[in-house]
Design a protein around this ligand. Sequence first.
Ligand SMILES: C[C@](O)(CO)[C@H](O)COP(=O)(O)OP(=O)(O)OC[C@H]1O[C@@H](n2ccc(N)nc2=O)[C@H](O)[C@@H]1O
Ligand SMILES: Nc1ncnc2c1ncn2[C@@H]1O[C@H](COP(=O)(O)OP(=O)(O)OP(=O)(O)O)[C@@H](O)[C@H]1O
Length: 288
Amino acid sequence: MLYVKAPAKINLTLDVLYKRKDGYHEVEMIMTTVDLADRVGLLKRSDGQIHIHSSSTFVPDDQRNLAYQAAKLLQDTYGVKDGVSISIDKQIPVAAGLAGGSSDAAATLKGLNTLWNLGLTIDQLAELGAEIGSDVSFCVYGGTAIATGRGEKIKHIATPPACWVILAKPAIGVSTAAVYGGLDMNKVEHPDTQQMVQAIEDKDYSQLCNSVGNVLESVTLELYPEVSIIKEQMNRFGADAVLMSGSGPTVFGLVQNKARVSRIVNGLRGFCDEVYAVRLIGERDALA
Ligand SMILES: C[C@](O)(CO)[C@H](O)COP(=O)(O)OP(=O)(O)OC[C@H]1O[C@@H](n2ccc(N)nc2=O)[C@H](O)[C@@H]1O
Ligand SMILES: Nc1ncnc2c1ncn2[C@@H]1O[C@H](COP(=O)(O)OP(=O)(O)OP(=O)(O)O)[C@@H](O)[C@H]1O
């Protein structure tokens, strides 16, 4: 069995520039990996079939699974006759704004490149990943990057200063399409992406905290008021910055003071079932 780690991402910024003719939104966002990861196990099959087994009942075990789609795309594109049994040890909450499915797909692309001896470059894998979903290309590389286009154009940037990331996910799943669909471009308050890039390059933690912003947040907050409550609690218990990740509903809080981490985590219990305290990874291949 070949095991590949599939880390979650958070969006330190997420800006939407305009709605495109193809229905997608042109974005500019800063993404970084955190050390909450699924574990994807891959076992070669000689019958050509793709089988999925997941530890979570929330995840489809058929062609709807993004890891299945990754394997099928490689088979079809490169005429691969081998199959694979894919087991997903799910640690990342599902439909949470943390790119769990996208990261499983990216891990599958990378693992099968080895298992099926395809000899593809990481750039080729990232390009294929874009056919599966907008977040998959970033997940192939990991690290910290500005993503543009519909999210598939990746430019790597420096590693952010070290900190804790508290993730709190209310017991709801959010449809990414519904959140983008609810965005009113006349009401968008754009985050300052360049200021965030500068803060990361300067390793200026307090400026980084001042620069977080996500234009999808107000849409999700309106649909799900429970997300606001979690934001308020994180702020009240002393997180340095608080923001929703992706299309939500997960809220993350950044903290440098370790004593404050357990205070915030304990404070959130009772408001929220799923709370994690993890670290920013932010470096490419730190988990490979
Ligand atoms: C919210 C983010 O997670 C931020 O990282 C991503 O922008 C979404 O990435 P994703 O889940 O991989 O999204 P996809 O599976 O490609 O798209 C799901 C749906 O979201 C909407 N969508 C997605 C990306 C984008 N740039 N514009 C969009 O309008 C589209 O309606 C699309 O049908
Ligand atoms: N391997 C997978 N893991 C989790 N969900 C999957 C997977 N494959 C397909 N899905 C489906 O995709 C949907 C979105 O799940 P996912 O956890 O990837 O969302 P997300 O964290 O919001 O992603 P993103 O941040 O990229 O928008 C789920 O409702 C689930 O049915």
